[in-house]
Write a protein of this length. Structure first.
Length: 297
């Protein structure tokens, strides 16, 4: 199980890496660094010398997607003998691996439409979902997959669901804000036409609701359900860091370096939100979990 656990962590990091490298592609103006799909150019599978820096950046993101697919296959091999006693892990990995070709096709459509902002937004959604599923996959490697029959006392389960839903809303408005912002990924691509100031405010409102809900859940969990405390603390720290970065980047003209850190924080927020909700529904701890990271137990 230790090898599967390590592989699950690698899957989570790789899924978050796809989001990060995709963001770097956009932030460096390399969205059309490869002018075609599935080849990089109509005549070359890989970037040519003439394509320069942008071609390398865009092709690097595509290469990571291939590595992610190979990782999924490798985990499938590891899980094959456990497919009957741990079908949850087996099918979670199948789902995560299946997202890769879907993303590849959507990436191709993104290139063909010259980075249409609405297509770019649609391209991001499966990756955000994949990070959440991968976080859930990691947590399942620390237990037997069998629920104990207990759950956190009310209203903590409801607060956990509220946190996950608010996270999804935050991500949705974050994508729209990105589509209205200055980093289009290419000099020839358009923006989504939304007012940048107002969409940023719409993005900030659910963020504050998320922070308030997290604090309320943490206060209650400290008194009634300690398994949720550590995930909630992690989530709150990530939220505060994300909020700080978001406000600083807004008032400093959205510098690409801060946006890149914001992309990292986005994946961390999704993963932490999943951990919070999952901790409200405990499962039997795996026999070797005492050697594992305490936060995900």
């Amino acid at each position: 199980m230790n090898r599967i656990r390590i592989a699950a962590w690698a899957m989570l990091i790789a899924q978050a890496g796809i989001i990060f490298t995709g963001g770097i592609v956009r932030l460096t103006g390399s969205g059309l660094g490869c002018s075609d799909w599935p080849k990089c150019t109509p005549d070359s599978l890989v970037p040519t010398k003439e394509m320069g820096f942008h071609g390398i950046i865009e092709f690097g993101n595509r290469t990571l997607a291939v590595a992610l697919a190979l990782l999924g296959v490798a985990i499938l091999i590891l899980l094959w003998k456990h497919r009957k006693d741990r079908p949850d892990l087996f099918w979670l990995n199948i789902a995560l691996t299946a997202i890769v070709p879907i993303q590849a096709v959507m990436g191709g459509i993104t290139v063909w439409t010259k980075l249409n902002p609405w297509v770019v937004a649609g391209h991001f959604v499966p990756s955000a979902i994949a990070v959440g599923v991968a976080a859930y996959f990691v947590r399942r490697t620390y237990d037997t997959g069998v629920r104990t029959g207990e759950k956190a006392p009310s209203p903590l389960p409801a607060l956990g669901w509220a946190i996950l839903i608010l996270t999804a809303v935050v991500v949705f408005f974050g994508v729209l804000t990105t589509g209205a912002g200055p980093h289009s990924g290419s000099t020839i691509s358009t923006r989504n036409g939304l007012d940048n100031v107002w969409i940023t405010r719409f993005h900030a409102f659910p963020v504050w609701l998320l922070v308030i809900t997290t604090i309320a859940a943490l206060v209650y969990a400290r008194k009634r359900w300690t398994p949720m405390v550590a995930p909630l603390v992690v989530l709150l720290i990530v939220e505060l860091a994300q909020g700080l970065i978001g406000y600083v980047q807004y008032f400093t003209g959205v510098p690409w370096v801060l946006v890149a850190f914001h992309m990292i924080g986005l994946s961390a927020t999704i993963a932490a939100s999943v951990a919070v909700l999952d901790s409200a529904y405990p499962r039997r701890v795996h026999v070797d979990a005492d050697r594992s990271v305490p936060v995900v137990r």
